[in-house]
Design a protein around this ligand. Structure first.
Ligand code: SAM
Ligand code: DTB
Ligand code: SF4
Length: 352
C-alpha cells in the first residue's frame, strides 16, 4: 500500500495481514503509518494526559508486570482511596502545567459500592475544573458504567494487555472475557474507550499482532490506544525480562496507527527509559498522545519541562480539549506550557 492511499476503518484484520505490516522494511512501515496519520490528524499535535493513583497497592489481582499487585513484594507504600479534595488539588496542578485530561487509577479488582460515591464526586469535580476525565478502576458492571457516564466520565481505561493466547501467562485472576465484557459496558454507556497493552513481557510477534487484532476488530475502535513499554519493577515476576528492541516498539506504534487510523495512539509507560530520538520516531510512526507529568501511577515519567522542551525542538504543539478547541482555550494551554517550561529553566539557571 502506498502512504497516500485512502485509509479505511476496518474491523476484519487477519493475523497474516497484520504480520505482513510488521514485517515490512522499517522505512516502508513508518512511511505508510505517517501517511495514514496525516489523513486524520495534524501530524504536529500531541494530546497530553496526566495520571494520578487514587488508590495504591494491595491489589488482589496477580498481573505479573504490576508493582501494585498484592501478590508480589515490591516495597510500595500502600494507600487507601484518596480524599476527593486532594484529588481535585492534583487535577488543578495538572491543568496548571497544561494537561487537558486527568486520568485517575485505582488498584482494585473492581470498585465497591461504598467507594462509588467518592469516585463519582471525583469525576464531577475534575470535570468542573474544565479537564477531560478518565478513570481506570478495574472491572465494572453495567450499573457502575451508567453512573460514571452520568457523572461526566469521558474515558474509561481498561487494557487487554496482550493477545488472548499469551494472556494466561501474565494474569490468572481476571479473564480476557471479563475485560471484553467491561469494555462492552463502557461502550454501551456512551463513554469513550481507552484500551491497549504492554510490550516486553516475553510475548511473541503473533501476540503483539493478536492484541492489535482484538482492539481493531472490536465493533468500534477504542478512541485511545495506550502502548506501554514494560517498566520493570523489582519484586514483580517480570523484573528480569529482556528489553524490547526499540525499533520493534516503534513498529508496534506504526501498526496500531495503520489499523486504527482515527484513534489516538498513546506512547505510554516506559518513556523514561527512551531517549529523545526514540520518542521522535514514535511521533513519526503516528503516536499522538503521551502521559505528561513526573509520575505515572507509581513509577517515574519524564519531567514536564523536559517534555515541553522536546515538543519545542520537534515543533509539536499540545492538542486542545476536544470540546473546547477554540482559539482562546488553545492559547491558554500553550501559555501554561510555556510558563511550565520557563519556570523550570529559570530555576535551573538560578541554582547553577
Ligand atoms: N487496576 C486497574 C486495572 O488493571 O484495570 C487499573 C490500573 S492498571 C495499573 C492500568 C494498566 O497499567 C495495566 O492494565 C497495564 O497495562 C499498565 N501497567 C501496569 N503496570 C505496568 C508496568 N510495570 N509497565 C507498563 N505498564 C504497566
Ligand atoms: C496505561 O495503559 N498505562 C498507564 C494507564 N494506562 C493507567 C499506567 C502505567 C503504569 C506504569 C506503572 C506504574 O507507574 O505503576
Ligand atoms: Fe491490580 Fe491493575 Fe495492577 Fe493488575 S494492573 S495488579 S488489576 S492495579
Amino acid at each position: 500500500m502506498s502512504a497516500t492511499a485512502a485509509s479505511v476503518t476496518r474491523h476484519d484484520w487477519s493475523l497474516a495481514e497484520v504480520k505482513a505490516l510488521f514485517e515490512q522494511p522499517f522505512n516502508d512501515l513508518i512511511f505508510q503509518a505517517q501517511g495514514v496519520h496525516r489523513q486524520h490528524f495534524d501530524a504536529n499535535r500531541v494530546q497530553v494526559s496526566t495520571l494520578l493513583s487514587i488508590k495504591t497497592g494491595a491489589c488482589p489481582e496477580d498481573c505479573k508486570y504490576c508493582p501494585q499487585s498484592g501478590h508480589y513484594n515490591t516495597g510500595l507504600d500502600k494507600e487507601k482511596l484518596m480524599e476527593v479534595q486532594k484529588v481535585l488539588e492534583a487535577a488543578a496542578e495538572a491543568k496548571a502545567i497544561g494537561s487537558t485530561r486527568f486520568c485517575m487509577g485505582a488498584a482494585w479488582k473492581h470498585p465497591s459500592a461504598k467507594d462509588m460515591p467518592y469516585v463519582l464526586k471525583m469525576v464531577e469535580g475534575v470535570k468542573a475544573l474544565g479537564l477531560e476525565t478518565c478513570m481506570t478502576l478495574g472491572k465494572l458492571d453495567q450499573e457502575q458504567t451508567k453512573a460514571l457516564a452520568a457523572a461526566g466520565l469521558d474515558y474509561y481505561n481498561h487494557n487487554l494487555d496482550t493477545s488472548p493466547e499469551f494472556y494466561g501467562n501474565i494474569i490468572t485472576t481476571r479473564t480476557y472475557a471479563d475485560r471484553l465484557e467491561t469494555l462492552s459496558y463502557v461502550r454501551e454507556s456512551g463513554m469513550k474507550i481507552c484500551s491497549g497493552g504492554i510490550l516486553g513481557m516475553g510475548e511473541s510477534l503473533n501476540d503483539r499482532a493478536g492484541l492489535l487484532i482484538q482492539l481493531a476488530n472490536l465493533p468500534e475502535h477504542p478512541e485511545s490506544v495506550p502502548i506501554n513499554m514494560l517498566v520493570k519493577v523489582k519484586g514483580t515476576p517480570l523484573a528480569e525480562e529482556q528489553d524490547v528492541d526499540p525499533f520493534d516498539f516503534i513498529r508496534m506504534l506504526a501498526v496500531a496507527r495503520i489499523m486504527m487510523p482515527k484513534s489516538h495512539v498513546r506512547l505510554s509507560a516506559g518513556r523514561e527509559q527512551m531517549n529523545e530520538q526514540m520518542q521522535a520516531l514514535a511521533f513519526l510512526a503516528g503516536a499522538n498522545s503521551i502521559f505528561y507529568g513526573e509520575k505515572l501511577l507509581t513509577t517515574g515519567n519524564p519531567q514536564a519541562d523536559k517534555d515541553m522542551l522536546l515538543f519545542e525542538r520537534l515543533g509539536i504543539q499540545p492538542e486542545a480539549r476536544e470540546e473546547h478547541d477554540d482559539e482562546v482555550h488553545q492559547a491558554a494551554i500553550e501559555q501554561a506550557l510555556v510558563e511550565q517550561r520557563d519556570s523550570k529553566l529559570f530555576y535551573d539557571a538560578a541554582s547553577a
